[in-house]
Structure formats: structure tokens, C-alpha cells
Design a binder for this molecule. Sequence first.
Ligand SMILES: Cc1cc2nc3c(=O)[nH]c(=O)nc-3n(C[C@H](O)[C@H](O)[C@H](O)COP(=O)(O)OP(=O)(O)OC[C@H]3O[C@@H](n4cnc5c(N)ncnc54)[C@H](O)[C@@H]3O)c2cc1C
Length: 499
Amino acid sequence: MGNSNWDREVDVVVVGSGTGQMAAVRAADAGLTALVIEKLPALGGTTSISGGGMWIPNNYKMQEEGVEDSLEDAFEYMKHATFGQSEEALMKAYLDNCNDMVAYTRGLGIEWFIIPMGAFPDYYEAFPGASTYGRPILPMTDDPIPPGNAFAGGGVLTRALEKAGRARGVDYLTGTPVKRLELDETGAITGVLAEKDGADFRVRARKGVVMATGGFSRNPEMVMAFLRAPIYYPCPPPGDTGDGHRMGMAIGADLRNMNESWGWPVYWDPDTENPIPAYAPELGKPGSIVVNRRGRRFFDEAGPYARIIREFQHFDTDTLEYSNVPAFVIVDSIYRMNYPLAQYEPKMKLPNWVTTADTLRELAEQLGIDPEGLEQTVADFNRYAEEGKDPEWHRGDSAFDLQTGGDASRGLANPCLGPIIEPPFHGAPMWPGVLGTKGGLRINPNGQVVNVWGDVIEGLYAIGNCTGSIMGAGYPGGGATIGSGMTFSFIAANHMRGN
Ligand SMILES: Cc1cc2nc3c(=O)[nH]c(=O)nc-3n(C[C@H](O)[C@H](O)[C@H](O)COP(=O)(O)OP(=O)(O)OC[C@H]3O[C@@H](n4cnc5c(N)ncnc54)[C@H](O)[C@@H]3O)c2cc1C
């Protein structure tokens, strides 16, 4: 409880160095002293290994290019795209602040560009207010982004934030896990207890503590207890263990959306022990399908990755199993000549965890798929390819499918549909992974944490994946997670600054 034996005193303590870094920089800009405490040896968290994309409706790049958008449309869209699991006041706070946050990053030297070629339209195009071009933006970099590496932007973002922070006197502690929140007799947060060099280290936060510890995807107990279904290969770094959730729970913070995650289908490379993304830019190309063990397709392979997580969570009450896990990516050799598979470019030798066979039946038998089911599915799919129409899963009907997945250069009836006919055939298991979890501490529109009685916990803010996401149960578009983390980091700092 109350404690006056502080080892250090600052105005603002930020716990976690991903999108939380924004709060430290913004606070320091107003003359507040700020300390970022990170438990891993390196700064940056999941944010630093991400694409760094942010979903920002009516952003300055859209305005420069004359792309029509409005915050009213975006609000209408978000009301649908959060599937009833967010609050209107939180969505409004997001929309009211996200462009100010972007303008602020430009003042820090970070410029942005719209994802090229119009890939990544909003993920639910059928909802009113959806946009097909421009809301997701990526940070520009002076260093050329290595070809094929869509995930270099996150490092650009966190390094730029760190540079801006250091220039403004923000201090950083790495390898220093925060263990507990410190409270006074009224229940207000006064600081944190961390472990530094094996000893207790107490830091007073005169204005506030910003909990920015990310999600709990690397904490198997929390995953088992809270998520709707198992996840197999989470992508965040090992610090994603729900520490902020538990520190909040310990002092009575309310929770939201604890069963939700940012879904991301992956291959698992047993040699490097790394998940490899399995999503529309590859899966949506002609000549590929994804099937379950019955050999049946179960989603639109060219669609947004975010939707697939629900299909992975499907529990078959007949067979009493998660019948879509694992799924199997199946391609033929025409596909293989033209496109990467599991990020192995066409001329590269495939790894030994990709199975190759001369017939679909053999491939099915080797992978453990029902051979008749696969043969029937491929026969149906080849007919859809010829007709240019997929009546089952509508692959190739939407702007997302066509712009993110398909290949318009082949002159096919539908750029996302090509027959699977040419041996040898290749197949590999595909698993539910996550970019992070998205349930956690309940916040109000100032980013302040609210307790189970609905009252604000004074002195405590939370942002990013340790909060009940303001995106609710949906994933409105590419960059919705970093966009909301960065925006609420900005909002929390503004509240501590008094503006
Ligand atoms: C490959 C990949 C690509 C992605 N691309 C995008 C994208 O382009 N756009 C997008 O919006 N999202 C993307 N995501 C998702 C996005 O990166 C995350 O949802 C987001 O970065 C989470 O931000 P955060 O600040 O909440 O957590 P993090 O960035 O993970 O930061 C949390 C930090 O807190 C630290 N921490 C935890 N506990 C403690 C403790 N007790 N004490 C001190 N520190 C602690 C952690 O070690 C970590 O460094 C991607 C994810 C992956 C894996």
C-alpha cells in the first residue's frame, strides 16, 4: 500500500515499450519527466516486429490524394465492425484523436504512406462506411525495406519513437519487469514496484502509470482460461504474458473482451521454430485452396486473415473436436511456378515440412486428409475456376480479395481462381496463430482504467493489447491494433498533460 521509500520519482511511468512509447514522448514534450520500463532486454515489444501499419480513417495521405472519406462514415463502419463489443464513446475518442496523433508523429519525423496498389481495403466491405482504399498507412523509412519483408515498418516506428523520446529526456530501463502497482490509502495509483538487478525498485509516478504491457498470448494458462479456443503459434515476443492484466486485476480493474484475439493463420517451421504468415497475398493466388481434415474448404482463402480465426474456433459437435485445426494449404505446380509458398519463392527448394506428391490422393493420405473429400473439393473448385465464380465462399468477389490476393496478369475468368490440375501437388499444415490478444483492462475515453464498480482508478491508464480493445470483437482494417494503441497512448498523455 502507501509507500514513501521511492528509488526514483518521475511524472509518468510507462510500463512496456511498444505503442506505450508514444505516451512517454508526448508527456515529455510538455515538460513532464517520463520513464519507460521494459522487462525484456530490448525495447519495442510486438510493435517492433510488426508492419507498423495504422488504420487511420480520413488520414492526411487520403486527403493529399483526394480520396474521399469522413470520420462519420468511419464511425458508422466501426459500430458494425466491432460486433457489439465496443463502446461508442471509445470509438469516438479514437476517431477524434487518431489524426492528431498522426500529425504529432510527423512532428517527430515519421512520415507515412498508403499501402501500395490499394491492397488491404477495410476487412468488412459489406458494412456501411467501409473504405476500399487508404485507411491503412505504413511508416516510411530511409532504409530500403528488404523485398518481401512487409514487417519492417514496426521497427522503424519504435526506433523513431525511442529517438524522439531520448531527445526529449525520456529515460528507459530494459530487463526490468514491473511486478506490482503501488497504491495510496484512497486506492489511487502512486507508482510501481519493479525488479531491477534482482532487487526491488520502486518508482513514484506523480501524474500517472501507463500500463502498456501488451497481451497474454505467451501465457499458456491465461490463453487456456480466457480464449475461445486454443491458439497454437502466437507471434508476439516472449514478454506477452499478461502481466499488466494481472496487476490490474489485483487492484480491482474491470476487464473487457478477454476471449478475443487478433487472428493470424500461420505455418509452423519446426527447424527455425518460427511461425510464417499464411494469408491472402499467397493463399488468394490462383491454384491454391485450404481444406480441413475432411478435405473441405471452410473460408474464403483470398479474404482478410482476421476472419479466419473464427473458423479455427469452430467446434464440431459431431466429432467433438476443433475440426478445422490443423488446416492444410494445397497448391499445384502451376501455382508453385508462379507464387511463393510459405514465403519460399518459386525457384527455392521447399522445406521438408511441405509435403509433395504426384496425385491428390497420395498427398491427402500423407497429410492425413480424407482423400475422397479432397478429390471432390478440388473437382468443384476447378469448375468454379473455369466459371470464374466461387458460389461457396465467394472468393474473388470483393475488393479485398482482388487487390490483396488475386493475380490480374494471368487473364483468368477470376483473378483469385485458378484450377488445381498440374502435378506434383504440394501441401502444408496451417495453424491458428495470433498477432496478439485483445482483451484486458477496461478503459474510459481518457485511457483511464475503470474498476469493477465503474469508477476510475486515479493515476492508472492502459493502452494497447493489455486493454479491452476498442475494436471490440472485430478487426476493422489493417493497422487497427497499432492505430488504437498509438492513439490511446496519445490520449492518455494528453490527459496527464491536462489538455
Ligand atoms: C508479424 C506481425 C506483424 C504485425 N503487423 C501489424 C501491423 O502492421 N499493424 C497493426 O496494427 N498491428 C500489427 N501487428 C499486431 C501489433 O504488432 C500488436 O497488436 C501491437 O504491436 C501491440 O502493441 P502493444 O503496445 O499493446 O504491445 P507490445 O508492442 O507487445 O509492447 C508491450 C511491451 O510490454 C513489455 N512488458 C510486458 N510485461 C511487462 C512488465 N511486467 N514490465 C515491463 N514491461 C513489460 C513487453 O515485453 C513488450 O515489450 C503485427 C504483429 C505481428 C506479430
